[in-house]
Design a protein around this ligand. Sequence first.
Ligand code: SF4
Ligand code: SF4
Ligand code: SF4
Length: 304
Amino acid sequence: MKMLNVTINGITTKVREGTTVMEAAAELGIDIPALCYLKGVNEVGSCRICVVEVKGARTLQASCVLPVSEGMEVQTESPSVVTARKEILKLILANHPNDCLTCNKAGECKLQEYAYRYGVKFEEHQGKRKELGIDTSNPYIYRDNDKCILCGRCVSMCAKVPERSVLAFGNRGFETTVIADNNKTMGESDCVSCARCISVCPVGALMDSRAMNIGRIWELQRENVKCAACESGCDFELIKKNGKVVAVRALAAGEGRPLCLKGRLTVDLTYNDNPKAPLVKKDGEFVEATWAEALGLEKILGKM
Ligand code: SF4
Ligand code: SF4
Ligand code: SF4
């Protein structure tokens, strides 16, 4: 494998040919912000928050899709890079609810993290804002499209669910939004409640309904566990408060990781100190089921 020399923020290192600038920076412990990038799933370079300055290049470059070339010299936090990132954050926040105080994603939201990192505040905005409302029609998924930053991660991730491609971008321009099955609610759509989209959303636009309103992030502890429902062993986290497991969440699914509702319910039943009754979809409606039914009847789970 050919090795290439690259200098990032004054530090020279060798990386394998094909390594992106973002990956090379990560190898040096340099964190480049990313909102849309998701390795192997969404490598589109669309949010532009990962731009860097490359010596000799006329414009800033998206580091997530930029392969290292021999002798490349990169600055990841130069004044022009920082200015560009601030502008991107301002643009996103201009059409975003000012809801960090009560948002369940606060403390682990990438938009909030980067706004803090670059000192960008919510500003009074006179223009139009999205008012799409909240979709709770699927009892496992809380969808707030007003908080969506159109990163595309969920769309790309959902396209990887076998025989499903529920999510897509709909409408155009200012009206662009993520839609389910050509503009159905999540509950009406063919969504199988696998939680893959939730696991990759960088903001509070897609949340696990059953892991909301359980406390602020500093009151909660986490423990990683593997699902034992099948040989895939998907990753979940137990969320604990005062020593008790109060919720279970699917962790980000990488390429080839299945994640499914059956696994999520299995982890819930196994570990949660007070699991909520499972709901399965029958004749288009979510109805309460016994655990045996929810975990054992593949036919019903396959349709959810
Ligand atoms: S999604 Fe993030 S930035 Fe938006 S309100 Fe929630 S915590 Fe704040
Ligand atoms: S829960 Fe799964 S099937 Fe449903 S929209 Fe998300 S990724 Fe797609
Ligand atoms: S719902 Fe979340 S993951 Fe999907 S496009 Fe919006 S911000 Fe990105």
